[in-house]
Write a protein that binds this ligand. Structure first.
Ligand code: ATP
Ligand code: MG
Length: 411
């Protein structure tokens, strides 16, 4: 076999890309921990039913994008296209529905059969949080504030706007759906094939269409405001007050709906202008019906997911890996003496490397090439007297340091 490439829509994370990726996840982990969220790791594949019913029969993900297959035992398996359904399944499977609230963070690969383009892959990665239990808008405000904190800590918040909407309660949505049905039926001659298919089943999803012609029609569609019940309006107003108290700026956008069908009340996206058509970096909302769909008791919940690749692309610079220290033995006997020194440096938290071969000159050349900040040069005479030559590769100065003090000197 020659010239094997990664499968279409997948990518290798190596070097700078991997460092960006890692930095995004580690930053999010640190921030969510300050909000009291714990990380869960659920399986990458699940019984297809975990997704098929719960994500909604009309969502793009279920109708077009799922990687599903029958395994050797004949079970229908799906590679997870998103994280929320698996977390809710796990909540129920692990008997945690009576131990609320659960504050969950996750990060990992997701799979969708999509047309690959910049910022859109078939294996991509999300991190996300789910706050399961509270029905109060304070919960919505808190997860949004936490997302905003992550964007601020990553230093990408300046380019990002929170777009906020409400999908109301069931009663509001029913009335709104009827109004949309009337409107879109009047314009059905001009709607795309995909949107026509959504017309009967879930006309709200047409609002999310990326088709150019659809977007013109969507621009004139009714908004949900007039159809909100009093309770739904109160919830939404309270959320907006709370976001102000948390210091999260937002802009109302009545066109925000979620790609998946299980959402109500809060829907939001953090959007940037810097990634072209793939501008949504973080998206979420309230999904009070999902845990019950999964076979648990009715349980309110709110959360969001962020595309790690998209966040990584927004970072100004990839964080650098720490400069190493090169251990440079001169000759075979010195190499034996170098190993415990190498290991002591590592145990002290210092990035230390030793080449696998080469004379002094070659090893020093290599140390410079790898950006080492110092070389620990070990000759036989020095070893006999318990010292090493520590050469600062940035300034070129060199001094003899007792072997047991090297780590302290380098730190
Ligand atoms: P879109 O409208 O862009 O298709 P979506 O509604 O399908 O987005 P969600 O299911 O809400 O997206 O996923 C949350 C986030 O995950 C998105 O905002 C985006 O950052 C990221 N994401 C979704 N699909 C992909 C993909 N195929 N490749 C890379 N990132 C993705
Ligand atoms: Mg999508």
């Amino acid at each position: 076999m020659t010239n094997l490439q990664p499968a279409r829509g997948t990518h290798d994370l190596i070097g700078e890309e991997q460092r960006r990726f890692h930095y995004v996840v580690e930053t999010a982990r640190r921030v969510v921990a300050t909000y009291g969220f714990d990380e869960w790791m659920t399986p990458i594949f699940e019984d297809t039913r975990v997704f098929a019913r719960t994500l909604g029969e009309t969502s793009d993900v279920v109708t077009k994008e799922m990687y599903s297959f029958n395994d050797r035992g004949g079970e229908s398996i799906t590679l997870r296209p998103e994280g929320t359904a698996g977390v809710c399944r796990a909540l129920v499977s692990n008997g945690l529905t009576q131990s609320l609230p659960q504050k969950v963070f996750y990060a990992g690969p997701m799979f969708r059969y999509e047309r690959p383009q910049k910022g859109r892959y078939r294996q991509f990665h999300q991190l996300g949080m789910e706050l399961i239990g509270p029905a109060e808008p304070l919960a919505d405000a808190e997860v949004i504030a936490c997302g905003w904190d992550i964007l601020k800590t990553l230093n990408v918040a300046n380019d990002t706007v929170l777009e906020l909407n409400t999908l109301g309660d069931r009663e509001s949505r029913q009335a709104y759906r009827d109004a949309l049905l009337v409107y879109f039926t009047e314009h059905q001659g001009a709607l795309s094939q995909d949107s026509l298919a959504r017309l009967d089943r879930n006309p709200m999803r047409i609002l999310d269409s990326k088709d150019e012609a659809d977007r013109h029609i969507v621009a004139g569609a009714p908004t949900i405001g007039p159809y909100l019940t009093e309770a739904a309006s109160t919830f939404y107003a309270k959320l907006q007050d709370l976001l102000t108290m948390f210091g999260v700026p937002f802009r109302e956008n009545p066109r925000i709906v979620r790609g998946l069908d299980y959402y109500g009340h809060t829907a939001f996206e953090f959007v940037t202008a810097r990634l072209g058509a793939q501008g949504t970096v973080m998206a979420g909302g309230r999904y009070d019906g999902l845990v019950a769909e999964m076979g648990g008791p009715p349980t309110p919940a709110v959360g969001w997911a962020a595309g790690i690749e998209r966040l990584a692309m927004l970072l100004d610079a990839a964080p650098a890996s720490p400069a190493p220290v090169a251990v440079v033995p001169i000759g075979e006997a010195a190499e034996a003496a170098a190993i415990p020194i190498l290991q002591a440096l590592r145990a002290g938290g210092i990035r230390a490397e030793m080449a696998y071969r080469g004379n002094l000159k070659r090893r020093l050349e290599r140390a410079n090439r790898t950006g080492a900040r110092a070389a620990i040069i070990l000759g036989n005479d020095d070893i006999a007297s318990g010292v090493a030559q520590v050469k600062n590769l940035l300034t070129g100065t060199q001094e003899a340091v007792p072997i047991n003090q090297i780590a302290d000197r380098l730190r």
